[in-house]
Design a protein around this ligand. Structure first.
Ligand SMILES: O=P(O)(O)OC[C@@H](O)[C@H]1O[C@@H](OP(=O)(O)O)[C@@H](O)[C@@H](O)[C@@H]1O
Ligand SMILES: [Mg+2]
Ligand SMILES: [Zn+2]
Length: 176
C-alpha cells in the first residue's frame, strides 16, 4: 500500500507560534493541496498525524478543528484527490498521553487503521518531534523546510532523515 503520512502545521498549512486557532488562520502552503491531490490521483493514500495541544490549552474547540480539516478535504477534492485519515493528539505537554509527538501513538493509530506495518513508511514533518516520532517506529523521517523546518535543520536530525524544500518537492520525488 502506498501510504504517506504527513504532519499538518508547517507541512500542509502555514504554522504560527501563536497556534492556528481559527478556520481563517488555517491557510494552505503553496502547492500543498495540489501535492496531496497529485499523490492521491496516483494511487497514494495520504494520512495526517497532528499535535493539537491548542485544544487542551483552550485556544480553539473540536468543532473549529473539524472545520479546518473539512476545508482541507474539500480543497483536495476540488483538485480531484481524496485525503485519508486525519488523527490528532488533543492533549497538552503535561498530560502524559501516548499520542503526542514525539511519541509515535498517532502513527500507530494510522497503521492500525490501514492494517499496515509502519516500517519504512515516510512521515513528513517540520519539527524535531515529528522526526523523532518517525524514528521511534522505524518510519522514514522526512523534513520539509516550510513551517519550523528551517529551525529544525539547525538541530541534530535523526540519522537518515531526508530533507525537501516543501511538500510539493516530496510529491515530485515520489511520483518522478
Ligand atoms: O505541526 P503539528 O503537529 O500539525 O501541529 C503543531 C501545533 O499543534 C502547534 O504545536 C505547538 O507546540 P506545543 O504543542 O505547544 O508543544 C507550537 O509548535 C505551535 O506553533 C503549533 O502551531
Ligand atoms: Mg508541524
Ligand atoms: Zn495525546
Amino acid at each position: 500500500m502506498k501510504l504517506l503520512i504527513l504532519d499538518r502545521d508547517g507541512v500542509i498549512n502555514y504554522d504560527s507560534d501563536a497556534y492556528i486557532k481559527s478556520l481563517e488562520e488555517w491557510i494552505p502552503l503553496p502547492g500543498a493541496v495540489e501535492a496531496i491531490a497529485r499523490l492521491s490521483k496516483a494511487g497514494w493514500t495520504v494520512a495526517v498525524a497532528t499535535n493539537q495541544s491548542g485544544l487542551a490549552r483552550g485556544y480553539y474547540d473540536p468543532a473549529t478543528l473539524d472545520a479546518m480539516h473539512n476545508r482541507l478535504r474539500q480543497l483536495v477534492a476540488e483538485q480531484g484527490g481524496q485525503l485519508g485519515l486525519i488523527v490528532h493528539c488533543p492533549h497538552g505537554p503535561e498530560d502524559g498521553c501516548n499520542c503526542r509527538k514525539p511519541k509515535p501513538g498517532l502513527l500507530q493509530q494510522i497503521a492500525t487503521h490501514y492494517r499496515v506495518a509502519l516500517t519504512g513508511l515516510w512521515f513528513v514533518g517540520d519539527s524535531t518531534g515529528d522526526l523523532q516520532a518517525a524514528q521511534a517506529v522505524d518510519c522514514q523521517p522526512v523534513l520539509v523546510k516550510t513551517g519550523k523546518g528551517e529551525r529544525t535543520l539547525d538541530k541534530p536530525l535523526p540519522s537518515g532523515t531526508l530533507v525537501f524544500d516543501d511538500l510539493a518537492a516530496v510529491a515530485e520525488h515520489l511520483l518522478h
